[in-house]
Design a protein around this ligand. Sequence first.
Ligand SMILES: C[S@@+](CC[C@H](N)C(=O)[O-])C[C@H]1O[C@@H](n2cnc3c(N)ncnc32)[C@H](O)[C@@H]1O
Length: 273
Amino acid sequence: MKNVYKAIVCSLLVLVIGNLSVVQAQQRYTDYDPIADFYNRFWSIPLERLAIGKLEKVLLPNLKPKAEILDLMCGTGHIAATLHQKGFRMTGLDGSAKMLEYAKKKIPQMKTILADARYFTTPKKFDAVICMSDGLNHIMKEEGLTKAFTQVYKALKPKGQFVFDMNWEERYFKAWNLRGLRVEYDNVEGIISSSYNKINRVGSIKFWLYYPIDQAKNTWKRKAWELTQYCYTPEQIKKALQKAGFQTIKVYEANQDLGDARNAGRAYYVCKK
Ligand SMILES: C[S@@+](CC[C@H](N)C(=O)[O-])C[C@H]1O[C@@H](n2cnc3c(N)ncnc32)[C@H](O)[C@@H]1O
């Protein structure tokens, strides 16, 4: 009888562990949902200009007209919209439904995929995949980064190109030190702070936004959010790319290789399948 109980307990454990791994496999990154409006208004446009400037140097001249591009972690779609206007056939993928809503509004004809970069699959294969504005630093574990690179590799056509940028440590030292930056829009008031912890290599941006409830009574609702990033070493990034299958990898550091001192510490990767 004892053995029967043991067998039942073991089967239950297998079931529970099996289900846990299914739940994990279905995780989706949604941290931008609460700040999608803020991002669309303040960050999307300057980041689009920065990204397009770099893509014009390292990717676009090598693509045929109307090439198929997947914009991984496309956010609110400013970059995809510009590439769409240039004639490329765009697909946008993001984990945040709210960010993707903005992207859909900008380019109604663009196919969008609500999915996590670590687990996505697409039946279609692309000439290029891009992932701009340090989105990949939001993946907090090396294993997750390798998974995302592996899915990108699978989504590319033979000889397809993968271009992305990630923050190296210099960028966190230089730019992740906001102290109570004040923002104001549509009656919303807020404060943003950022910091970098060099011991655990985690960067953090905190938002405190105050939404008016009743302006006559001066009552407000406060919402607080945090976004985090992990600072990978260049060696970790290269190792993850190689594990995923990429062998041809070129790296351009914004300041030293692309003459962009303001963005020192931002590294642009151009990888070929
Ligand atoms: C800094 S924004 C960049 C957005 C866009 N690429 C741009 O340049 O404006 C980062 C984006 O990556 C998305 N993101 C972060 N981690 C993700 C993941 N694991 N899977 C899917 N999307 C993710 C966020 O939802 C957000 O829209």
